[in-house]
Design a binder for this molecule. Structure first.
Ligand code: FES
Length: 244
């Protein structure tokens, strides 16, 4: 790890040097972080890619500090070495003009990377419970062709309401929707898009153990049977995922 910052209370961003991963990572994919030292027998932690710099062999992750793994990472100092595995999983398809990105909370991490992957006109609806949870640094979303609509449940920043409510206004004119966030939000996004007959891609956040498709603990029910989020996803077409 070569750089650490705390952009908002309870949120951490790390920059890591790993040329192999940085050169291959695509938006929506993730890397596994193996805990060091006395914690090495714990399960690895998955983190979506937030940004990459292939020329310098670097990538960054952005996460909420919650639990042992994220706490250890947030306390790590530049220079510490972590064992990593990646890039893993499927990524989002490329953005087309008129794409609508919908991020809930820390679901912004893969969507910020996706937003930066293209310069076509596109809109990001970025929602969270309160202003402090809109934790992504504004400069990371200051991208050519990107319109950002912020929304908070309590109205403490941006529009008042949920990301799902705000996205409704953009649905009729959008080419496709790309979303990441809490499961109830994704279920609501999928339902709205189904009603509007809009294609939608979801990045699912599930608890993982092995992270490489071996243990099946991250399985979700789809129209093609159970699929492993770590191996077959985390990005799925909403039409195939069952939300129960
Ligand atoms: Fe083991 Fe997905 S975490 S199969």
């Amino acid at each position: 790890m070569i750089e650490k910052s705390i952009p908002a209370a309870g949120y951490c961003r790390l920059v890591l040097e790993a040329p192999y991963i940085a050169g291959r990572a695509r938006p929506g994919q993730f890397a596994l972080f193996y805990l060091p030292g006395e914690h090495r027998y714990h399960l690895p932690r998955p983190f979506s890619f937030f940004k990459t710099d292939p020329d310098r062999g670097r990538f960054s992750v952005f996460f909420q500090i919650k639990g042992l793994g994220t706490d250890l990472l947030a306390k790590a100092e530049p220079g510490e070495k972590w064992k990593l595995l990646g890039p893993l999983g499927s990524g989002f398809p490329p953005l087309n003009t008129g794409a609508l990105l919908v991020a809930g909370g820390i679901g912004i991490a893969p969507l910020a990377f996706l937003a930066a992957s293209s310069a076509v006109p596109r809109t990001l609806v970025y929602g969270a419970r309160t202003a402090v949870d809109l934790s992504c640094p504004a400069k990371e979303l200051d991208l050519p062709g990107l319109t950002v609509v912020e929304t908070t449940d309590d109205g403490s920043r941006g529009r008042k309401g949920t990301a799902t409510e705000q996205m409704a206004a953009f649905l009729p004119a959008c080419s496709a929707v790309f979303a990441c966030g809490p499961r109830p939000m994704l279920a609501a996004v999928a339902a709205s898009c189904r009603e509007a007959s809009v294609e939608v891609w979801l990045s699912l956040e599930e608890q993982m153990a092995c992270g490489i498709g071996a243990c099946v603990c991250c399985a979700v029910e789809t129209s093609f049977g159970f699929k492993r989020v770590c191996h077959d996803g985390p990005v799925f077409s909403a039409g195939e995922v069952f939300f129960r």
